[in-house]
Design a protein around this ligand. Structure first.
Ligand SMILES: [Zn+2]
Length: 161
């Protein structure tokens, strides 16, 4: 079943989602980003966000079974973490240049190593924050996941209480 046929609301209609899920209207983006930065599910904050510890987001939260495969953070996370870590690396390079006056190669090599290392370290939390933000604002398929429909296309429908 294609995800395109689920949303049958007319174009230009009300922006409110159906009130099938009572929690569908109460999503805090700050809470979701904090949970994402902690590598946890943006919905419950309990289940692990990554299958392999870093990189691959789980399709469903192992704790609350929230659908997480709707995220589109795969390409944004490396760029954003490189952008953030470049600011730290450049600040460190400027401080070292001002305090130590090293030759250019002795400044450039540690700065590049610091930049790549920080990018690698920041990638999982940054990606988790992006997934949390997309979940909180119901971007991409998260909008459909908040509506009434079976939680798992390949599993029998579970009644929500
Ligand atoms: Zn969860």
């Amino acid at each position: 079943m294609s995800m395109d046929v689920i949303d049958s609301r007319p174009v230009g209609g009300p922006k409110r989602l159906p009130r099938c899920n009572p929690q569908a209207h109460a999503r805090s983006w700050l809470r979701a980003m904090i949970f994402g930065a902690q590598l946890r599910c943006p919905s419950c904050g309990e289940g692990h966000l990554y299958e392999d510890g870093r990189g691959k987001v789980v399709n469903y939260c192992p704790h609350c079974e929230e659908e997480l495969y709707h995220h589109r953070a795969s390409r944004m996370a490396p760029w954003f973490s490189a952008f953030l870590s470049a600011h730290f690396a450049i600040l460190a390079a400027l401080a070292a240049a001002w305090l130590l006056h090293p030759p250019l190669w002795a400044l450039a090599v540690p700065t590049m190593i610091l930049w790549v290392g920080l990018t690698w370290l920041l990638m999982p939390p940054v990606k988790g924050m992006i997934v949390g933000l997309q979940w909180a604002f119901r971007l991409h398929g998260f909008q459909y996941a908040a509506m009434c429909k079976p939680r798992h296309p390949h599993k029998p429908h579970q009644q929500q209480t």
